[in-house]
Design a protein around this ligand. Structure first.
Ligand SMILES: NC(=O)c1ccc[n+]([C@@H]2O[C@H](COP(=O)([O-])OP(=O)(O)OC[C@H]3O[C@@H](n4cnc5c(N)ncnc54)[C@H](O)[C@@H]3O)[C@@H](O)[C@H]2O)c1
Ligand SMILES: [Zn+2]
Length: 365
């Protein structure tokens, strides 16, 4: 059982092509690595302390069977590691092991590993190839696709980075079995987001398959990851450098990010995005775009999945101020993604302070 999606761009100066493979084991990985790791090339597995302990040996053994020289670098799990210090440690590790331009980095882990490894690969020797083996739901459906790489700088998230496309994106769905449930839900938040902005039929499918999703039923997971990747691919192919359409992926993120920061990162990103989506849906409803029934339908779905529907202890003014100072806000003008209908999003720059405050009343206690 496996599905493949090709990601390609013909844009002059930025052409690329690679496959996303969604499957239920690591079996197919070695043959897929062959074109990337031609004879004589070395591989560096870069992973975090959680993921490497579970899946590191399996990947190392696969490479050993193919007689590919393999080195591994493991850093402490968590967003705190996504910084330039760890990047420098990886550079040093690559230099010590004489990695050259034709050698390859393999990112084995969630979005933190993928973003950091991608950035190392984008910059080491002005760019070497890298392979994504995403193991979290968020990484499998979002962060590993599209070539956005980078790290946090001091207190600024994703402030330093580069566009660098992987040579292969290999997803073993079985890895989700060891992923924490709350992390799974956080990733699912972004999948529901993708459906809401682009694909009403997928939204309905998620509603009808919510039990299979939560019980990690293999056929359901495969279909869900496949459809989420198709949406991400479409957006990325149409807008590889985030000049326009890709901004729609920020649905729920304007207030979601602000809540994430104001709550001191005690809530997961996807949980905050869900809260941000509820607020954005409320504004869309108040503007007469989304009907009451549609608003309630989506709200009910989030509730059934067990998301946090309200946060306590945060101030409205702090959240709106934070949203206005976000790096994506232009001259203090907040860019909002609203829904015209389910499956149809638009960018709006005229959302008022009052509208934001009313929407925050829904999600603040
Ligand atoms: N590049 C992009 O386009 C893009 C898009 C969205 C998010 N991101 C970035 O992605 C990062 C978040 O990614 P994430 O949610 O995967 O976080 P993460 O990489 O920190 O993974 C979450 C936790 O789950 C663990 N984990 C991952 N896979 C596991 C598995 N199969 N079994 C057991 N444990 C596992 C990790 O060790 C970690 O503790 C953020 O830094 C964010 O900025 C990037
Ligand atoms: Zn997000």
């Amino acid at each position: 059982m496996s599905k493949t999606i090709s990601v390609t761009s013909q844009t002059a100066g930025n052409a690329f092509s690679y496959d996303i493979v969604i499957t239920n084991g690591f079996r197919e990985l070695s043959s897929l690595l062959e074109p990337v790791l031609e004879s004589g090339r070395k591989a560096a597995i870069i992973s975090d302390s959680n993921v490497f302990g579970i899946y590191g040996d399996e990947i190392k053994n696969l490479l050993a069977e193919k007689e590919i020289p393999c080195f591994s670098f493991v850093f402490p799990a968590g967003e705190e590691s996504k910084n330039l210090d760890i990047v420098q440690d990886v550079y040093e590790f690559l230099i010590k092991n004489r990695f050259e331009r034709r050698d390859v980095c393999i990112a084995l882990g969630g979005g933190v590993v993928g973003d950091l490894t991608g950035f190392v690969a984008a910059t080491y020797l002005r760019g070497i190839a890298f392979v994504q083996i995403p193991t979290s739901l968020l990484a499998q459906t979002d962060s590993s696709i599209g070539g956005k790489t980078g790290v946090d700088f001091r207190r600024f998230k994703n402030m330093v980075g580069a566009f660098h496309q992987p040579s292969l994106c290999f997803m073993n769905m079985n890895t989700l079995q060891t992923l924490d449930k709350r992390q799974f839900l956080s990733g699912l938040g972004e999948i529901i987001k993708a459906a809401l902005i682009k694909d009403k039929a997928f939204y309905e499918w998620i509603k009808n398959n919510s039990e299979g999703i939560m019980s990690l039923k293999e056929t359901v997971l495969e279909e869900m990851i496949y459809r989420a990747c198709l949406i991400k691919r479409e957006v990325v192919q149409n807008d590889p450098k985030e000049a326009g359409e890709r901004a729609l992926l920020n649905f729920g993120h304007t207030l979601g990010h602000a809540i994430e920061r104001c709550a001191g990162f005690s809530l997961f990103h996807g949980e905050c995005v869900v809260l941000g989506m509820i607020a954005a849906l409320y504004i869309s409803n108040q503007r007469g775009d989304i009907s009451d029934a549609e608003y309630e339908d989506v709200y009910g779905l989030f509730e059934r999945f067990g998301y946090t529907m309200k946060v306590t202890g945060l101030s409205k003014a702090d959240i709106t101020d934070t949203a206005k100072s976000d790096k994506k806000a232009e001259a203090g003008i907040v860019k909002f993604i609203l829904l015209q209908d389910i499956g149809n999003a638009v960018i709006k720059k005229d959302v008022t302070q009052q509208e934001m405050e009313k929407a925050l009343d829904i999600i603040l206690e």
